[in-house]
Design a binder for this molecule. Structure first.
Ligand SMILES: [Zn+2]
Length: 291
């Protein structure tokens, strides 16, 4: 009923205008022209209203049924550790993600719901705790049936499990390898989750550069602390005194993505082993809910 209310008001309004037009001294053609103009205005207003509504980014959600929620509880360790209230927020954000970002399994006609859930959960976990969040210009996540190589050719033993593009035709795309994506959730405390890793790169990219310094969530002072701690942790690793996975050493960008995975999966261990790094990540992501 509510969705037709606008139409009903406009219809009654135009009904009220009919006697005015008929009683006027206007010629027959002028009256017809008056009706056509009136109808055109009504239709234009309705179309405009519909279009602005459908473009609104936050009014549609994928609705989870009981089975979906049971599945998420079973397969997403981060979610299962949340308090009841936070679980609701988590599902709401997953629902928003699935409704607004296209998720495509390139080898299937229809993308499986489980794949959508893994991708959306990765995005929500990576951005969990941020004071403000959106996924920038991301419009599609392509899910490959295997790992891949630099030129995006599929290879079972390819080196790449996920990729965030920066610039060019694929700028608004992320690619994830399905086996790697799923493996990221199978062990909840191995410091590894490729989905979360790629979304950490996306957060880093929000200021225009994937350089390991997420300026969008760091104030000037925290930025200096972050650079100092990153340097210290890289040195610690050279002295073999670090528990951070070695891939972090590849570059500053990889350092940020790898320690984000670590922070999201094993906050207690990180707090114990690398307290300074933990503190600066709390400045970015807030207190981890699973700590
Ligand atoms: Zn990476």
């Amino acid at each position: 009923m509510k969705r037709f209310l606008g139409w009903i008001i406009l219809f009654l309004l135009s009904l009220g205008l009919i006697p005015i037009l008929f009683n006027s001294e206007l010629s027959f053609f002028a009256k017809i022209a008056g009706f056509i103009v009136l109808l055109a205005i009504i239709v234009a207003l309705r179309v405009w209203g519909y279009q602005t509504k459908s473009k609104s980014p936050r009014n549609e959600r994928f609705r989870f049924n009981k089975n979906d929620i049971f599945w998420i509880e079973k397969h997403i360790p981060f979610y299962s550790l949340l308090k009841k209230q936070d679980k609701q927020i988590f599902l709401d954000r997953m629902g928003l993600f699935i409704a607004h970002i296209k998720i495509t399994e390139i080898d299937k006609e229809i993308t499986e719901n489980s794949t959508k859930f893994y991708v959306a959960a990765s995005a929500v976990i990576a951005y969990w705790g941020l004071p403000y969040w959106n996924y920038g210009n991301l419009s599609e996540v392509l899910v490959y049936p295997s790992n891949f190589n630099d030129d995006q050719t599929l290879k079972s033993f390819g080196a790449i499990q996920g990729k965030v593009f920066h610039g060019g035709l694929m700028d608004n795309t992320i690619i994830l390898s399905r086996p790697a994506l799923i493996a990221g959730f199978q062990i909840g405390n191995d410091k590894k989750n490729v989905g979360v890793h790629e979304f950490a790169h996306l957060l880093d990219k929000a200021d225009g550069d994937i350089d390991g310094v997420p300026n969008i969530v760091l104030g000037e002072n925290d930025r200096k602390i972050w650079l100092k701690v990153m340097q210290q942790e890289m040195e610690k690793w050279q002295q073999k005194k670090s528990t951070i996975p070695p891939y972090a050493l590849k570059s500053e960008a990889e350092f940020f993505a790898v320690v984000t995975e670590y922070f999201k999966e094993c906050p207690k261990l990180l707090k114990h082993k690398n307290p300074e790094l933990f503190e600066v990540l709390v400045k970015i992501y807030g207190e981890p809910p699973n700590c």
